[in-house]
Design a protein. Structure first.
Lengths: 978, 166
């Protein structure tokens, strides 16, 4: 046996061999490692400690740097760590510390070993155990080892003491009741003359304060002393972090610390400390004008420094202060803007954020314009950052900063044309969102969408497909604003649409349907007018090349739009609908025609584009393009295509073959067709509103509906339906009944599209003024050529131009915060009660933390009856009373500092206060004040010590106590402070 | 609190990885890879800070320094000062330099456990306990002495393996 173990030892590879091996096997590293692990699995079972520990060490190495699993070795690690020899013990501890967590079962086995090592006379063994506890300590370890940690807190060796202090953090976190035992000793160390100890203990309090600052307010005097006296930068940084938290809770404290901090700021050479001072002032002391001013001066020093680190931090400091003191940002705007072209991505990003923080409704257009130009020249990543921040800034609080939505629509259109644009999802969302929310923007938006749809190049970029889907939807839904539906139809059916995803293609087909119905409807109206004026005229309509005519942007289209939409409104007139559905006789139909005709005769002159020829043509292209799609493998596309084809079948013969039938038959057939078309048109003209996110909650659950069934597989079924398409109609079933129902429900909302008259004329007016923002349709492709290619190396002067541009604009529009004289009022943005207007700052939940409860208890000298069996130990009690005495001297010290002359009375005062605390304990309990609740709560906590896991009812109890708690506290704290 | 310390070379091979919050090994590897992914794209003359929110969660910051073939990376939360962390990297590297007499990547590759010993003296459970490299070296030397005293057998095996590899 002995022989084999020696052999094993002699021929075992140690860690160095392993590392060499890995380095030589460059190619098959993974293979080598798995072989090595096989070897380790064998070796680690050895009874020979050197072999075992060498195997364990190799395994820790492989686990740490090559991701090997070492859970199988947990027990072996425990064995190695219990070796009396330091060399092996250290390997064992390293493995345990690195690999154990709460789920490791054998963690239960190490408690005694840790206790033994914590009590060791060898300080390095103690150190190993402390390190281990600080990394893997769980509830049980923390509870069971609290007495040892407590003893070590007063160790005479600095090496041990500093680590014992640091381990307290983990112990408190896992086992809050340890506070009762250890807290006083921890506080004592705030007086330590040893800088290492002091920095360790301040470090612990800094961490504790971050989690729950309120509990540590009473210690403010100690921290203040360090702030004033210490020369150690590390220490000062930590103390500043503590005050940054405390000062926001207690204004009087803020007043006291602001001057020392300013003094530090003026005096210090260390940039790290200076930055911490700046950050503290800007984040927590921003009401102190002079301090902020000084901090901003220092920030400026950072900004002009050559060190990119300082520049970056300077910008960060500005973004801290931006919400409260925008002037600080404005004062440094030239640096901010210059940083936009910095070589460092972080700095660029930070300055972009700052720039966006300056955005207001008066300058949003210009900042966006310059940034978009900038984005065109940036690398793809930053380009998308820019676009992303413009999008998120503009849509903030329901487009709060946007006044001119027509401009915004065109901006969205422009973004799409930036070659690197990958913000498809956001732009898609915003296009649909503003289309639904802002009625007045629809004409402009439809125009923007049309420009996107007719550009075949955009279809080649998969990042833009979602935007195209939104464009297709908007064009279909609001087709009445389209200047040229025929052209739109062609765009929707262009061959390259086969590049789109099926789900998006389905949206295209649905839009085709809407456009088709709109055209057919307009055609019928138009023809009825003609026939009512002159029936003979019908056949002699001049055949014309409609598309040639349509494609040239006719100037009177703009004017023809208004009547066209009015024409449509008339058809929505309830009377008409009732008539045409109620009575099918030709006479009545004629009446309806006449009434329609009267309203729209004026329109018919401008709107003569819906010729017979053009409609026939339209039907032909639709059938040609959708025919193949009706056999598509994608069910969405197939269904929608068949819907459209079903519709064309239904009305085609009646509309399209006038020559075969006689005049009267014709009129009759067309009435039939027009009825169908009207029905469909009505169905589609119901306005889709935005839906509140909370809408579903308001729908009562019907009786007998089981919602608890597993719907996991539903997702795979519905996965590809992403788009907000309201409804798909099945024409083949009961088209009439269905359509009638829908049109009936529509009746109330018919007048909603009314203002389109005004909006279109406004649009025309707007175009005259802001021609700049509207790329005329013919030019739209050419316009993008005005921009330099995306990756063009940017010449410096051009860049400076940009910077100057921005500078100018910030000068004009940022400095005077007056409202611009708006020629146009901001359109109504539809709001839902579900929309949260502001990011309601989540109230910092008053932490009914176990830890803070105990800490407050201890700090306020309000020790409850020690109920945990452990705290009844004599050692413990003595510690506690000792701590109490100490606290009282602390108090005297702090008062001494404030009123140097009156030492004695203060001392008396504090000690009497202490006794008061004690004696009042019972009274308070009877009064049932906050303290009382807290105490009860603490007792409760001890009863279920591991209550972290099951707090349920207990938590509710705590919550209820919270406010009381605070109230009870406030009168106490100032005593400590002054 | 410091969340993690990493040392990796410019090829992305980790040389030291320490996580002060427990992370499963797969996650550790993933984190190391994503940190390297960010660092390798950065030029030399830019700032030493990286926004690491996407890798380590909100509120975390990353500071790194590039020495010869190695990146030294510290990841920490809001209770540490960025510039102080940069100094701490400097302390760590200086200590290594003193311990190994002109430290190079190979020293770091082959002295895995000593590296951890040094780091553990500076950072304890995520908290900075010692910032003086002299104190750190003192402690590390004593630990080494203690180790070699208790490790006669290990030394033998080491010399044998050294002989074998010749």
């Amino acid at each position: 046996m002995a022989g084999t173990s020696i052999m094993e030892t002699l021929f075992q590879r140690d860690l160095d061999d392993l590392i060499k091996g890995i380095r030589q096997q460059q190619i098959k590293e993974s293979l080598f490692i798995s072989k090595a692990i096989e070897e380790i699995r064998r070796e680690i079972k050895s009874t020979d400690l050197p072999t075992k520990s060498a195997a364990l060490q190799k395994l820790s190495y492989l686990s740490s740097l090559h991701g090997a699993d070492m859970s199988f070795a947990a027990f072996h690690a425990v064995e190695v760590m219990s070796s009396p020899q330091f060399f092996y013990k250290k390997i064992g501890y390293h493995a345990v510390t690195q690999s154990f967590n709460d789920d490791t079962p054998v963690i239960l086995l190490i408690t005694n070993q840790l206790r033994k090592d914590l009590n060791s006379s060898n300080q390095f063994e103690v150190s190993l155990a402390l390190e281990c506890l600080s990394r893997i300590g769980n509830v049980d370890l923390a509870r069971d080892l609290t007495p040892e940690v407590f003893t070590l807190l007063s160790s005479s060796k600095v090496f041990i003491k500093k680590k014992a202090i640091a381990v307290v953090l983990r112990v408190f976190e896992k086992y809050p009741d340890a506070v009762r035992v250890c807290f006083k000793r921890l506080v004592e160390n705030l007086e330590s003359s040893e800088p290492v100890i002091l920095s360790a203990v301040v470090g612990v309090f800094c961490e504790l304060c971050l989690k729950d600052p309120r509990s540590y307010l009473p210690l403010a005097p100690e921290f203040y002393k360090i702030l004033v006296d210490s020369k150690n930068n590390w220490l000062l940084i930590k103390v500043l972090k503590i005050f940054a938290k405390l000062a926001t809770l207690e204004p009087r404290l803020a007043k006291r610390v602001v001057e020392p901090i300013c003094e530090l700021m003026r005096r210090t050479e260390a940039k790290s400390l200076l930055f911490e001072c700046i950050r503290t002032v800007l984040s927590s002391l921003s009401e102190y004008e002079s301090a902020v001013k000084l901090a901003v001066v220092k920030v400026r020093e950072f900004l002009v420094d050559d060190d990119p680190n300082l520049k970056y931090l300077g910008l960060q400091a500005l973004s801290i202060i931006a919400p409260k003191h925008l002037w600080a940002v404005l004062e440094n705007k030239d640096f901010v803007i210059k940083s936009l072209s910095d070589g460092d991505y972080n700095i660029k990003l930070e300055s972009l954020r700052l720039l966006m923080s300056m955005v207001s409704e008066s300058n949003v257009a210009e900042i966006s314009r310059v940034l978009i130009n900038y984005a065109l020249k940036s690398d793809p990543e930053f380009c998308n950052q820019i676009l992303g921040s413009i999008l998120s800034t503009c849509c903030r609080n329901l487009y709060e900063v946007i006044v001119d939505f027509d401009w915004y629509a065109s901006l969205l259109g422009e973004m799409v044309r930036i070659p690197h644009c990958q913000k498809g999802e956001e732009i898609e969302h915003q296009i649909i969102d503003i289309a639904m929310r802002v009625k007045d923007v629809r004409p402009a938006l439809v125009h923007v969408c049309r420009n996107l749809l007719i550009d075949p190049a955009l279809l080649g970029n998969p990042f833009l497909h979602r935007i195209l889907s939104a464009a297709a939807w908007v064009s279909g839904e609001y087709v009445e604003f389209s200047r040229n539906p025929f052209e739109l139809m062609e765009a929707l059916l262009q061959p390259r649409t086969n590049l789109l995803l099926p789900s998006i293609r389905a949206v295209y087909v649905q839009s085709v349907f809407k456009v088709l119905i709109f055209c057919a409807h307009s055609y019928l109206l138009h023809k009825e007018n003609i026939s009512s004026v002159n029936t003979d005229n019908l056949a002699s309509e001049v055949p014309e090349s409609v598309f040639a005519r349509m494609s040239c942007e006719n100037s009177d289209f703009a004017t023809s739009e208004a009547p066209a939409s009015s024409e449509q409104h008339d058809s929505f007139n309830p009377r008409n609908i009732n008539q045409s559905f109620g009575d099918l006789s030709i006479e009545n139909g004629g009446d309806a025609t006449v009434s329609n005709g009267q309203a729209s005769t004026s329109a018919s002159l401008g709107r003569n584009s819906f010729t017979h020829e053009s409609i026939v043509n339209l039907f032909n292209i639709v059938e040609l393009a959708l025919g193949p799609l009706s056999r598509s493998h994608d069910v969405e596309i197939q269904e929608r295509a068949r819907n459209v084809l079903g519709f064309t079948d239904l009305i085609e013969q009646e509309i399209l073959n006038p020559v075969v039938q006689g005049e009267e038959n014709l009129a009759r057939a067309e009435t039939e067709a027009s009825r169908v078309v009207k029905l469909m048109c009505d169905a589609f003209s119901e306005e889709l509103g935005p839906v509140s996110t909370s809408a579903q909650d308001r729908v009562p659950v019907p009786d007998g509906l089981l919602l608890k069934e597993n719907l996991a597989d539903l997702e795979t079924i519905c996965g590809d339906i992403q788009l907000p398409l309201s409804s798909s109609f099945s024409l083949s079933s009961t088209p009439l009944g269905e359509a009638v129902d829908i049109s009936r429900t529509n009746l109330q909302s018919k007048d909603e599209t009314e203002p389109s008259h005004e909006s279109t004329s406004l649009l025309a007016e707007h175009r005259k003024r802001h021609g700049l923002y509207y790329l005329a349709s013919e030019k739209s492709e050419g316009a993008s050529n005005d921009y330099p290619p995306a990756n063009d190396p940017m010449s410096q002067d051009k860049l400076n131009d940009d910077a100057e541009d921005l500078l100018k604009l910030t000068e004009q529009s940022l400095a005077p915060k007056k409202k611009p004289n708006q020629a146009k009022p901001r359109p109504v943005v539809l709001k839902l009660d579900g929309d949260e207007i502001s990011i309601a700052a989540k109230k910092p939940e008053l932490k009914g933390d176990l830890l803070s409860g105990v800490v407050q208890d201890v700090l306020l000298g309000n020790d409850g009856v020690p109920s945990s069996s452990r705290s009844n130990r004599s050692e413990n009690l003595s510690g506690k009373s000792k701590g109490k005495e100490k606290l009282s001297t602390d108090l005297s010290l702090e008062t001494k500092e404030n009123v140097p002359g009156e030492k004695m009375p203060d001392h008396v005062n504090t000690s009497s206060r202490r006794s008061k605390h004690r004696s009042h304990g019972k009274e308070r309990r009877q009064k049932g004040q906050g303290k009382d609740g807290e105490e009860k709560e603490d007792n409760g906590q001890k009863e279920k010590r591991k209550s972290n896991h099951h707090r349920g009812k207990h938590k509710a109890h705590q919550r209820a106590d919270e406010p009381l708690n605070v109230v009870a506290q406030t009168p106490v704290i100032p005593d400590f402070l002054l | 609190m410091i969340k993690s310390v990493m040392v990796m070379n410019t090829q992305g091979k980790p040389r030291l990885a320490k996580f002060y919050d427990f992370q499963p090994v797969e996650k550790q590897q993933e984190l190391i890879r994503s940190v390297f992914g960010v660092l390798c794209g950065r030029a030399d003359n830019v700032s030493n800070f990286v926004e690491a929110d996407s890798i380590f969660g909100p509120g975390t910051r990353l500071v790194y320094k590039h020495f010869a073939t190695l990146y030294f990376v510290f990841i920490f939360d809001s209770s540490e000062n960025e510039l102080a962390m940069l100094d701490l990297i400097q302390v760590f590297v200086e200590t290594l330099d003193k311990c190994f007499k002109n430290v190079c990547e190979l020293d770091i590759v082959y002295n895995y456990s000593k590296l951890h010993t040094i780091l553990d003296e500076i950072i304890f459970g995520g908290q900075v306990l010692e910032t003086s490299s002299i104190e750190v070296i003192k402690a590390v030397e004593e630990i080494s002495k203690l180790e070699s005293a208790s490790n006669a057998i290990a030394l033998v095996s080491k010399s044998v393996s050294g002989w074998r590899s010749r």
